[in-house]
Design a protein around this ligand. Structure first.
Ligand code: 5GP
Length: 222
């Protein structure tokens, strides 16, 4: 029997690029497996069934909950997302390290259920850059962007309790640093802790409004 793998949860605000970093990293590390979640939202262009998500109906999601098929699940920005439990446990038992790339509510559930899990919280370089990334990816309308941005302050607060903070200033560098964290070669420094506090301050000082989102859409989607 192989030694069981280690479990990691990568979380952070919507649009920070956690999925991109995790996919970039796991594409180069066959010993680390990234869990594929179930989601009740529709696929975006370019998203594939079983690769980015298992796209399920509300009824299927309810059935999975009733069968205790989720390791965690949450309603995130109006859609439901959950981590299938059996696939994660199978991979851990086979000796793979496993990454869950999920929102802060689901991450909390996972941390409660698996005390040995290692939490990694991804930070944008600034408020402006997080807003820009959410807007230029173009997958949400103004109302959806506004809803996601309004949740950011609450998401950032949760970052304070994470043992590892990971700055996503550049996706290649961040994917490399994710590997360093997973391999135990990178400790979070006062620099990342100070950045988290600065981001919380920036979002508090300048709350997101529908008007400010419209103005940013005009600026970045021209
Ligand atoms: P998106 O719709 O942009 O793909 O994802 C929205 C949010 O849902 C992201 O913050 C993403 O990390 C989170 N998410 C994706 N899969 C899961 C999951 O299985 N459980 C939870 N709790 N959140 C998830």
């Amino acid at each position: 029997m192989p030694k069981p793998g280690k479990l990691f949860v990568v979380s952070g605000p919507s649009g920070v690029g956690k999925g991109t970093i995790c996919r970039l990293f796991t594409s180069k590390r066959p010993d680390v497996w990234m869990s594929v979640s179930c989601a009740t939202r529709a696929p975006r262009p370019g998203e594939a069934e079983g690769v980015h998500y298992f796209f399920v109906s509300d009824a299927e999601f309810d059935r999975m909950i009733a069968e205790k098929g989720f390791l965690e699940y949450a309603n995130v920005h109006g859609n439901r997302y959950g981590t299938p439990r059996s696939a994660v446990e199978k991979k851990l038992n086979e000796g793979f390290d496993v990454i869950l790339e999920i929102d802060v509510q689901g991450a909390n559930q996972a941390i409660e259920r698996y005390p040995d899990i290692h939490g990694i919280f991804v930070l944008p370089p600034s408020r402006e850059e997080l807003l820009r990334r959410l807007i230029v990816r173009g997958s949400e309308n103004a109302e959806q962007i506004c809803r996601r941005l309004r949740n950011v302050p609450g998401e950032l607060v949760r970052g304070e309790s994470y043992p590892s903070l990971l700055l996503n200033d550049n996706k290649t560098a961040a994917a490399q640093r994710l590997g360093d964290i997973i391999d135990g070669r990178f400790e979070t420094t006062a620099r990342e802790r100070a950045l988290l506090q600065e981001l919380e301050r920036q979002f508090e000082a300048e709350p997101v409004t529908p008007e400010s989102v419209e103005a940013l859409i005009q600026k970045y989607r021209r």
